[in-house]
Design a protein around this ligand. Sequence first.
Ligand code: C5P
Length: 310
Amino acid sequence: MLACRVLAKGSGTAHRLVVNAAAKVNLALEVLSRRADGYHEIATVMQAVDLSDRLTLEDAPTIEVRTSAADVPTDERNLAYRAAAALRDAAKVERGVRITLDKRIPVAAGLGGGSTDAAAVLAGLNRLWRLHWPSARLEDLAVGLGMDVPFFLRGGAALGTGRGEQLTPIRSAVLALVLVNPRFPVSTAETYGRVTPAMFSDGRRARTVAGALASRGAGRVAACLYNGLEIAAREAYPQIAQMEAALIAAGALGAMMSGSGPTVFGVARSWEQARQIRARVARGRWECWAVRTLRGPAIRIRAEGSRGTL
Ligand code: C5P
């Protein structure tokens, strides 16, 4: 059975949980082919980073999502809502939950914000509803919500194959990155829809990045970043190339788009340098964060009132 990487602290009888849900970047993303089911076969290196949403889960008669974020729906279109409904139906529980979503990860940004919220709801409700589902069973349900969702139940770094949902963990060192988002959303389906066979590759680049990550050098990782979706996205959004050029001009060792975009990230030599790069690039019209990569869980659960740190 898979080891459960979700970090849980506090009592087992809580009626209210606070859950931290971390974002990811794709240090590599190769599109290998188009599948008959409309998806693409990919090889990707996903890495959790410490930019997180915060969700509060409370016992309630029905499923309800609350958020102050203007661009986030609170009905079935919200992946956190769908995660709660999917688990309720699969576990045959007659309970609801009030999900209060404090969004910090930009929406439709290539950082997996919706997927990590969904993973947080699955892991949190497994605890709140005392289901005791093993992580492999949660992962099976997670795939039905989105191909990135199983990754967030594990965290750290992983090589994703198939549609991105078949995961092999990668042991990695902590890297300092700078994320830059142009303040507009891009749909994942739209970016994949722009892919042509000329953009396909064979998966070797993703394996090279996985090897570089395991060998622990920021310079090595920076030298082999790759995203096969970037060509598709760059044509539609020239800002992607501009943000990458700004990161390199500010001293980043390498820069690349994350996932289906439009967020780009730069690899820094150190945390101090990441903060300097962030300060320089943030002078533009973009939103920027200096972040560290996470070696441990992406989802961290705390029972309200417990002393555990998030
Ligand atoms: O899995 P998820 O719901 O995040 O995927 C959103 C859309 O991205 C899919 O409907 C599909 O159009 C596209 N996609 C793809 N190949 C993948 C993953 C996603 O074509 N491996």
